[in-house]
Ligand binder design. Structure first.
Ligand code: NAP
Ligand code: ZN
Ligand code: ZN
Length: 347
């Protein structure tokens, strides 16, 4: 079992620190990936701080992984040594439940195997991308198109697909009015992708401090939610609202912004409940929905879509020793718009 360098949380309150972990030997259907870049998702922070429930420490997080294939098992057909590949939020699923058979393995009825903090098929706890290498079964490994700069590609593996999936599911296209709540890692990708799909895009941010960026990234309109007039002005406006906020917000106020048959889909995952007044849903026959990451098929479709439309995340490259500071900046909504770890700094 190869021992590799990694950066791990040792408790819910301690800073993350350098460590080593063991990766499994490359099995017949596995690929070994030398990780080049690893994105920092707000879910990593929720997880290591125990906000979504207790976890086992030490825990290496990170589920926005890109790297190069350095070894393949004897039965691997989808990837070869030297390929540029990606790994997102899951590394396996049961492959036999109704949802897996429908190609929606992110909703595996037996629980998909998360890239980190999940019980793996061999009973061990999965360890994520803040590490130099990872071993993953071939069909949960994505092809990263050459057109996407490698140092920018990592955030597509979670932030990209988590926003692409609901935008595609609710059939966003020309004529759609889409609002994106929160312009962080997920939110800024939602803006870019919805714009590329042809929608009229509005950002609803806490303040106007990122307005210029929002408009540059593809938004047509930008409003501050701290201004109460925003909610009056935008009543009954949107077909789809994508809520990417990591904290509790007044969901009823946002529901009032949906037009007839509109949907508010939450991809943001605050630890606290978001209480909904049913009366907020009666008017305009509104829906409140959730969406979790995306399937492997959809992830590849999103990567190819981004290559075709020249879409890449806005990133800030950091070294391993900057991860704790990056976490604080994410928590302060001071991320422009995704931190990406240069994994060579872990070597
Ligand atoms: P992020 O980069 O921190 O972005 C969240 C944004 O929400 C912030 O930039 C900020 O935008 C806004 N915000 C933060 N605190 C707020 C508050 N108290 N009130 C109002 N707005 C606030 O986080 P992320 O990585 O994009 O992740 C966002 C959420 O999605 C997290 O909860 C994460 O766990 C979840 N997530 C879910 C899935 C899924 O499968 N559904 C996948 C990945 C992540 P403004 O400054 O523009 O207001
Ligand atoms: Zn994520
Ligand atoms: Zn399944």
């Amino acid at each position: 079992m190869p021992t590799v360098n990694a950066f791990a949380a040792t408790s819910a309150s301690e800073p993350l620190s350098r460590t080593t972990i063991e990766r499994r030997d490359v099995g017949a259907k596995d690929v070994l990936i030398e990780i080049a870049y690893s994105g920092i998702c707000h879910s990593d922070i929720h997880t290591v701080r125990g906000e979504w429930g207790d976890i086992t420490y030490p825990q290496v997080v990170g589920h926005e992984i890109v790297g190069t294939v350095t070894e393949v098992g004897s039965e691997v057909t989808l990837h070869k040594v030297g390929d540029r590949v990606g790994v997102g939020c899951m590394v396996n699923s049961c492959r036999e439940c109704e949802n897996c058979l429908a190609g929606e393995e992110q909703y595996c009825l037996n629980g998909n195997t998360g890239t980190y903090a999940s019980v793996d098929r061999d009973g061990s706890i999965t360890q994520g991308g803040y590490s130099t290498h990872i071993v993953v079964v071939e069909d949960f490994v994505l092809r990263v198109p050459e057109a996407i700069p490698f140092e920018k590609a990592a955030p597509l593996l979670c932030a990209g697909v988590t926003t692409y999936s609901p935008l595609a599911h609710w059939k966003v296209g020309p004529g759609s009015r889409v609002a994106v709540v929160g312009m962080g890692g997920l939110g800024h990708m939602a803006v870019k992708i919805a714009h590329a799909m042809g929608a009229e895009v509005t950002v609803l941010s806490q303040s106007l401090s990122k307005q210029e960026d929002g408009l540059r990234l593809g938004a047509d309109h930008y409003y501050a939610t701290s201004d109460p007039e925003t909610f009056d002005k935008l009543k009954n406006t949107f077909d789809l609202i994508v809520n990417s906020v990591s904290a509790k917000i007044d969901i009823n106020a946002y529901l009032s912004l949906l037009r007839l048959d509109g949907t508010l889909v939450s991809v943001g995952a605050p630890p606290e409940p978001l209480p909904v007044q049913v009366f907020s849903l009666f008017g305009n026959r509104r829906s409140f929905a959730g969406s979790g990451i995306g399937s492997i098929r959809e992830t590849q479709e999103m990567l190819d879509f981004c290559a075709e439309h020249d879409i890449a995340p806005e990133t800030e490259l950091v070294g391993a020793d900057d991860i704790n500071e990056a976490y604080e900046r994410v928590l302060a909504s001071d991320v422009r718009y995704r931190f990406v770890i240069d994994v060579s700094t872990l070597a």
